[in-house]
Design a protein around this ligand. Structure first.
Ligand code: ADP
Length: 311
């Protein structure tokens, strides 16, 4: 029997999203964040008896309550969410210029999520230890203090030694890091500590100065990363750690509407197959199929009704 992973935790920051229309005085409110996006697509794709949890820190304010209600409405658990007494969630606004180009403006430097593993991790590490598979990203790392990052890395060592699996995506956002050297150091530590890696060529080139996909693959071989996928946008993913049973080609998307959450949804699709014990070929195809759907709709999360209708 292949190994299956029934309890999955996605760890990171979710933010309030304001989508501003052309006219003043109106905005649509949503909730999104890289690891939350992955959790939602993973939940939609897995059988019901699998558990998907989003682990983060929010406030005790009404918007935090609404955010949690939204996450729960997607079937994603929030039982281990920390509640900070004074802080509130981060927020970002999306504005679109006359040419249709989108800009993102963030207010997140004092968000509650930055205290996710404060006070030695509180009860959060103990809660995470009960999962089979834990997924986080370099955005998760970047928002933490150096002390919290060190605690997270130490926890990962114990979790893996006890048989837990860790998945990681670099999602490099330069503005969130103290400096490039720290980002390189900590992301490399994370790559070396993960069981399933989801780098994307662009992020790795920006962060580590790799010349191309081949250079990224060589560096990952050097790290000894056992499994995963290198995301290459429309070219389709390359398997990491294995070469058998991989697809020869991927469906092209004729009309890309919005590539927001392409990588996050790819990981949701990939992990949905991996968690059920499927091989790398099925995982790569499921990742690509999920991302290919998401990039034909605006925004990070395809509304549930549209998703259920098979869009
Ligand atoms: P990230 O968002 O992490 O940088 P990518 O841009 O590589 O990741 O996109 C993730 C996945 O989404 C790709 O591996 C691919 O499966 C799918 N994808 C992205 N862009 C396209 C596209 N133009 N056509 C088809 N699939 C795409």
């Amino acid at each position: 029997m292949p190994e299956t992973f029934k309890r999955i935790a996605c760890v990171g920051e979710a933010m309030i999203e304001l989508s501003l229309g052309a006219s003043e005085g109106a905005a649509r409110v949503g909730y999104a964040g890289d690891t939350l996006n992955t959790a939602i697509y993973l939940r939609r794709l897995l059988p019901e008896d699998y558990e998907v949890e989003f682990v983060s820190a929010v406030g005790v304010d009404p918007l935090s309550d609404r955010m949690l209600a939204f996450i729960e409405s997607e079937g994603v658990g929030v039982a281990h969410m920390r509640r900070h007494p004074d802080r509130i969630p981060g927020l970002y606004a999306i504005t679109t210029d006359d040419a249709g180009e989108r800009s993102f403006t963030y207010w997140r430097s004092a968000s509650a999520a930055r205290t996710l593993f404060a006070d030695d991790g509180g009860e959060t590490f103990a809660a995470l230890s009960r999962f089979d598979l834990v997924y986080f990203s370099a955005i998760t790392l970047a928002i933490l203090s150096p002390a919290q990052r060190a605690d997270l890395f130490a926890w990962i060592d114990g979790f893996r030694a006890a048989g837990g699996k860790v998945a990681f995506d670099s999602n490099f956002r330069p503005k969130l890091w103290e400096n490039l050297a720290t980002a390189q150091k900590d992301v490399e530590i994370a790559w070396r500590k993960c069981d399933i890696a989801f780098p994307s060529v662009d992020d790795e080139m920006d962060l580590f100065g790799d010349a191309d996909a081949e250079a990224v693959m060589q560096r990952f071989e050097g790290y000894g990363v056992p499994y995963g996928a290198l995301k290459r946008g429309g070219e389709g993913p390359l398997p990491i750690g294995v070469s058998l049973d991989t697809p020869n080609s991927y469906r092209m998307v004729d009309k890309v509407v919005d590539t927001t959450a392409a990588g996050d949804s790819f990981i949701g699709g990939f992990l949905s197959q991996y968690a059920q014990g499927a091989g790398i070929g099925a995982a790569l195809l499921a990742g690509h199929e999920c991302a290919a759907r998401v990039i034909t709709c605006p925004g990070a999360i395809i509304p549930k009704e549209i998703w259920n209708a098979g869009a």
